[in-house]
Ligand binder design. Structure first.
Ligand code: GL7
Length: 830
């Protein structure tokens, strides 16, 4: 069946032959050997980094035999594999996860202690691989964790960016980006395989010829190429002995340098080609949901997809495998449109290299792909200019035209005479320039198209792709996102995990619906006390971290109100900020006594895309508000704003377990799903949120009384938009809004400079594309309900427990079961 495959007694869960013994002594011996022979240092003279690298090497030894065994078993069974194609994997630190998955935590802690080393210190030495921007990349990481834990064969394919998401610093409150040098101190979790490198071609032209049987044949004559070098990462299942591969590609020049130029003395010119080629995997594009249409990005996309297809066909299938049967062995899941160029690439391979005719190739290609859409923002839907595509990938553009011609013929047959419809549905758009709509190409090619939460999937059908869902209703489906309970509950929140295990055992780690059994404990005073003690412990842990990491002091006993996610106008950090400014204004103007404020610390964490001006201005404003509010004694320590820089997975793992209140306040109809929202609920924070994305499902499952709903619904948003939205009317009509915005414009946060935040306030009062002002009153009213509930700690804690008990649905294991059943039609190996 599709049940989770967890089994601590699984034969592979035991230390397999080839692993160091599963004992403290065995561990210490392996660790010291790593330190001496791989790091080349004696324990007495070893740096923290050398110790960390040796520890990682040791843990790797334990996983190694399982990894080889998994690969052997999968090949032998000729099992169908999930090929997850994603330009981003936001993995987070590897060490803790690897220790947990191989049940080595206790052994490692004791063994290191014998060597006089503190495990926590070594954990903190790791720089997380930040090879993603936000939710989309983190989702990919959760999915591959779940597949390994459920014993499903999966290869994650992606790019080994030399620089991941930038490191954010603040200078005078403004975001300044630093390169993410995550590889600088060594990369102990990867295995490079230059021997399995793949050549990837670009540019040139195509030639038509006729073969001996009179069939037309196309040959692509490329003009340049690069090498893709695979780096394998281990994706261990939780205590089940499975270790799946994550294969990330790094670009290398085919020729290191041009010897004739080198010999002629022009050293710089001789290595130019190398630099050029290696740029392809140099850096992650930091735009979240707003692609820029840059040539290098298209090169990245084709690069990793071409490597991955070639790798699967050449290395995962037996010699002589009949590619007509390819769909029985692979399903490629397209994580958004970034890898969609894989569609014409597979067509090209089948037709130009393997002699398939168009219909045969299309049948196989169609069965081999499924597409997940992650957005509703029009500006996030990728369109590649045919000019650029034709220059870089001339053969692929031809194939795309061929797909479009046949597709439009099908549309005209289904809707005779409806030329408007055919024009609307064309994969090729003519405005603002001729381009390829990648979401349309994906939809035409895929067996299934899914959105990432119920509301999103419905809006995808009704608003983004209505013509396609009319043509192929059965192609569309929903799979609501999920998060891995291993990393985001067991590992990130060990205290709460212990409390849960004491009550209901440990089965929830791989069967999260079992948290339901906690419902009865919501009335148990001892349990509530233990639950609250865990939350307090998490807050103390966060306090220590933020003091050391950022020099931020968290006051004791505050409601911890957390909004962490990418900075984007649609997510409405400004709405949260207006609430803060409004509270402050009411105190300043004497409308509110500080004693009547619920003591509250508002935590923001957010990176802005470096080119997104407004987002950066908002970050600046948040920091300036924080500076003023935190320094003002008139608040008597009852309101604090904290904005630690460089929010990432590592910080999330400390922040989320400590939170009381989760801010999920996007304009309804804008956030496809959200996944942070799930992590907070699972860790016992209550949500204040709009009816958007997966919030809808969270509220339905945890219950209205345990969720603070506010704001317009999606149909109300649409209706207001249609009537014509005038933010100026809200500014004029609502005294609190006016006072808050006027306070910002007064210069109080900007040393008297009244113009400093004009961009933000003008945008709110004149455009307010995401209707923050329209939802402000409702938001403030919901915050008042929050404060009322928080005053009754027992009732609050009961609601928090019920949030945990009822969040089991949001396990990424459940998402994976849904994909297996509805889309992939494959199953666990067990
Ligand atoms: C996103 C959505 O914005 C987010 O709501 C969703 O949870 C996530 C995973 O499905 O995908 N789409 C997107 O382009 N990014 C996201 O985080 C960057």
């Amino acid at each position: 069946g599709y049940g989770p495959a967890f089994s601590p007694t699984h034969p592979l869960a035991l230390a397999p032959v080839g692993s160091p013994p599963h004992s403290v002594d065995g561990f210490v011996a392996a660790f010291l050997a790593e330190l001496n022979t791989k790091q080349g240092v004696a324990l007495s003279h070893s740096s923290t980094n050398a110790q960390y690298l040796a520890l990682a090497g040791t843990v790797r030894q334990y996983l190694m035999a399982r990894w080889l065994e998994t690969s052997r078993k999968t090949h032998e069974a000729k099992a169908k594999t999930v090929g997850y194609l994603s330009a981003e994997y936001l993995l987070g630190r590897q060490l803790g996860n690897a220790l947990m998955a191989s049940d080595l935590n206790e052994i490692a802690e004791k063994g290191l202690a014998q060597c006089g080393i503190d495990l926590t210190t070594l954990r903190n030495q790791e720089v997380e691989p930040g090879l993603g921007n936000g939710g989309l990349g983190r989702l990919a990481a959760c999915f591959i964790d779940s597949l390994a834990t459920m014993d499903v064969p999966c290869i994650g394919y992606g790019i080994r960016y030399e620089y991941g998401i930038f490191r954010q610093t603040f200078v005078d409150g403004r975001q300044v980006e630093q390169p993410d040098t995550w590889l600088a101190l060594g990369s102990p979790w990867e295995f490079p395989h230059p021997d399995e490198s793949v050549q990837v071609n670009f540019g040139g032209y195509t030639e038509k010829s006729v073969d001996a049987d009179g069939r037309e044949k196309t040959t692509w004559v490329p003009s340049w190429n690069v090498l893709g070098v695979p780096y394998n990462y281990m994706v261990p299942g939780y205590l089940n002995g499975r270790v799946n591969p994550l294969r990330l590609w790094s670009a290398q020049a085919t020729k290191a340098f041009d010897l004739s130029i080198f010999n002629a003395g022009d050293y710089a010119e001789a290595v130019r080609a190398q630099t050029f080629a290696e740029n392809i995997s140099k850096v992650l594009y930091p735009e979240d949901s707003t692609p820029q249409g840059k040539e290098l990005r298209l090169q990245q996309q084709y690069f990793f997809v071409a490597c991955s297809l070639r790798d699967f066909l050449d290395h995962e299938l037996e010699e002589g495998f009949d590619l007509h049967d390819l769909p029985s062995r692979i399903i490629f899941q397209l994580n958004d449109t970034h890898p969609v160029i894989a569609v014409p690439e597979l067509m090209r391979i089948l037709m130009d290299e393997r002699g398939f005719d168009w219909e045969e190739a299309w049948e196989v290609t169609h069965q081999c792909f499924a597409y997940t859409c992650h957005t509703l923002l029009p500006e996030a839907l990728e369109v590649w200019s045919t000019d650029l595509l034709g220059r870089l990938l001339p053969r692929h553009l031809e194939i795309i035209y061929g797909i479009n011609d046949r597709f439009l013929a099908e549309v005209r047959e289904a809707f005779p005479g409806d030329e408007l419809r055919a024009g609307r549905m064309s994969i090729i758009t003519e405005y603002p320039e001729r381009g390829v709509r990648m979401a349309y190409l994906a939809t035409v090619a895929a067996t299934k198209v899914n959105g990432v939460a119920e509301l999103h999937s419905q809006l995808l059908r009704d608003k983004v792709l209505p013509d396609f869902s009319a043509l192929w209703p059965e192609r569309f489906t929903n799979v609501t996102n999920g998060v891995t309970p291993r990393r985001f509950l067991k590992m990130a929140n060990p205290k709460l995990s212990d409390v849960i295990c004491d009550a209901i055992g440990s089965g929830w780690v791989t069967d999260l619906e079992r948290l339901k059994e906690l419902e009865t404990y919501a009335l148990d005073d001892d349990f509530l006390a233990a639950f609250r003690e865990a939350k307090d412990w998490n807050k103390r842990r966060l306090t220590t971290l933020l003091r050391n990491r950022d020099g931020i002091d968290l006051p004791d006993g505050h409601l911890l109100d957390v909004m962490v996610k990418r900075l984007h106008e649609y997510k409405r950090q400004t709405l949260k900020l207006l609430h803060v400014v409004s509270l402050y204004e009411q105190v300043l103007s004497g409308k509110l006594a500080p004693a009547d404020l619920t003591p509250r610390t508002v935590v923001f964490g957010a990176k802005a895309a470096p080119g997104y001006r407004m987002a950066k201005d908002i970050i600046h404003l948040i920091n300036r508000v924080a500076r003023t509010v935190n320094a003002d004694p008139c608040l008597e320590g009852r309101l604090k704003v904290a904005f630690p820089a460089n929010y990432n997975v590592t910080l999330a793992e400390k922040l989320i377990p400590a939170a009381d209140l989760s801010e999920q306040i996007s304009l309804a109809g804008m956030e496809a799903s959200g996944t942070g929202n799930m992590k907070f609920a699972l860790n016992g924070a209550l949500t204040i949120g709009t009816d958007d994305g997966a919030n809808v499902e969270i509220r339905r499952l945890v219950g209205d009384e345990h969720f603070f709903l506010f704001g317009m619904s999606e149909p109300e948003v649409a209706a207001l938009g249609a009537r014509g939205y005038d933010p100026g009317a809200y500014y004029q009509g609502n005294a609190a809004i006016r006072a808050a915005i006027d306070l910002i414009n007064s210069g109080i946060f900007s040393d008297g400079d009244r113009g400093m935040f004009e961009s933000v306030t003008m945008s709110l009062t004149h455009h307010d594309r995401f209707m923050a002002l329209a939802d402000f009153e409702s938001y403030v009213a919901a915050q008042a309900r929050v404060e009322e509930r928080y005053a009754d700690q027992e009732s609050w804690t009961r609601s928090a427990v019920l949030n945990v008990a009822r969040s089991g649905y949001f396990s990424s294991d459940r998402s994976m079961r849904d994909y297996l059943r509805r889309i992939w039609h494959t199953q666990p190996m067990l």
